[in-house]
Write a protein of this length. Structure first.
Length: 63
């Protein structure tokens, strides 16, 4: 059963559109997602940076 939602990189981007695409998928404000991701990255010893790069490569752009 499909929910109709797809994960993609958004054109509303600051760097790669990853956080904005995640925000679209979870129906939250992109600014909240960006701040949350920055805090998560900072408090986990910057492990979020390689994760962001991987998501940037794996997530398809919105067409």
């Amino acid at each position: 059963m499909s929910t109709g939602k797809k994960l993609y990189r958004s054109y509303d981007r600051i760097i790669g559109g990853v956080c904005s695409g995640l925000a679209d998928y979870f129906d939250i404000d992109p600014t909240i997602m960006r701040v949350g991701y920055a805090l998560l990255t900072f408090f986990t010893g910057f492990c979020g940076i390689p994760l962001y790069i991987i998501l940037w490569i794996v997530m398809p752009p919105k067409t």
